[in-house]
Design a protein around this ligand. Sequence first.
Ligand code: PRP
Length: 211
Amino acid sequence: MSDFKNVTLIKHPVVNRDLTILRDVNTNISEFRAAIKRIAMILAYHALKELPQTTFEVETPIQKTTGYDIDQGVMVVPILRAGLSLSDALLQFIPDARVGHLGMERNETTHQPEDYYSNIPDGVEDDMVLVVDPMLATGGSAHDALSFLEDKGAQHLRFVSLICAPEGLQKLEEEHPNVHTITAAIDDHLNDDAFIVPGLGDAGDRYFGTT
Ligand code: PRP
C-alpha cells in the first residue's frame, strides 16, 4: 500500500535486500547489475498481473482440462539509457513482446528531460505498453514518455520503476491518472539537484559504469 492511488509498492524481503545492495555506495558494478536484474523480475511479474487471458482446452497425460494464454500484445518501452536495465526481465516473461525505445537525458542544470531518440513499433494502440525506467525523480522524463505514447494512441499504459520520489508520483497522478505505476520503493524527497534521497545515485551511470 502507498498514499498514491495508482501505485503498487512491492514489499518483499528479497526486494528489500536487493534494494539495499543497490543503494550501497560500495556495491561494485557486477553486484549492482545482478541485484537490479533480480528486482526487475519481481517488478515485471507484478506489472503483468492484469493482462487479460483466454482459455482453451488442453490435454494433460491424464485428461482434458482448461488451459490459459495471454490475450493481449505487450510492448516494453525503456527510457534510455537506464530503462534498459529493467526491460530484459519483461522479455523473459513475454518473449514475443514488441520493444520501443525513447531516448531522454535529463539536463542536470534545468532538470528537464531532453529527447534524443524515439522508435515505437506498430501496435501501441492495442498493446499493454510498459514504460520502464529505474528512477522517477521529478517525473519529467516519465511524463514526456507517457505523453508521447498517449499522443500515439496508447490506451493501456503502465510505468515500471525501481525507486520513485513522491514528487514524481504526484506529477504522474496529476498528469496521467490512468497510468498505474509499479515500484519497489517510494523514497523520501528530492534534494536541490533533483536527486532522489536517499536513492541510489544515478542508476544509468552505476549500471553502465560511466561514473
Ligand atoms: C535518469 C533516470 C530517469 C530520469 C529521472 O536518467 O534514469 O530517466 O533521470 O529523472 P526525472 O524524473 O527528474 O526526469 P538520466 O537523464 O540520468 O539518463 P540515463 O538513463 O542515460 O542515465
